[in-house]
Write a protein that binds this ligand. Structure first.
Ligand code: CA2
Length: 149
């Protein structure tokens, strides 16, 4: 049985650790991927980890995950607050979806308080920095256990 999890990252997250460390911390996306791969090994999960600045690429990866991945973790970055297209793609995906934000979006500007993706997400993690991705992986591992709660 597949234990593949997709981890998708939206625009500008390739700059992590290089700018605005006061908001997003000093960890790079490569550091986060490394930590996720280490934990995935412990949880016996396989990972597809991607980042793109292009909305259509994120949508294509969500389509690719259909029938392939047991769960999906997504930090849609600014597309969180704008993208009905990403919401529609997620609505066509059957497995658990966890939305992750590095920063606590609710402590920030009002336009970051609304998320289209939250209308589909089974859980939302915000403000835990890179650790949020690890918590999301643990949650997916729990949700795919038989008789999970
Ligand atoms: O807190 C998060 O993870 C966000 O998804 C990050 C997005 C932001 O638009 C969301 O409201 C919250 C921005 C990602 C941009 O990342 C940068 C990292 C370093 C330097 C510049 C941008």
């Amino acid at each position: 049985m597949s234990r593949l999890v997709y981890v998708l990252n939206g625009p500008n997250l390739n700059l992590l650790g290089k700018r605005q460390p006061e908001i997003y911390g000093r960890e790079t996306l490569a550091d986060i991927e490394k930590a996720c791969r280490l934990l995935a090994g412990e949880l016996k999960l396989d990972l597809e980890f991607h980042q793109s600045n292009r909305e259509y690429e994120i949508i294509d990866w969500i389509h690719e995950a259909r029938g392939r991945a047991v769960g999906l973790i997504i930090n849609p970055a600014a597309f969180t607050h704008t993208s009905v297209a990403i919401l529609d793609a997620l609505n066509a995906y059957d497995g658990p979806v966890i939305e992750v934000h590095l920063s606590n979006v609710h402590k920030r500007e009002a336009f970051r308080h609304h998320s289209y993706v939250s209308l589909r997400a089974d859980g939302v993690i915000a403000g835990f920095g890179g650790q949020g991705y690890e918590l999301a992986l643990r949650r997916i591992a729990r949700l795919i256990e038989p008789k999970a709660a």
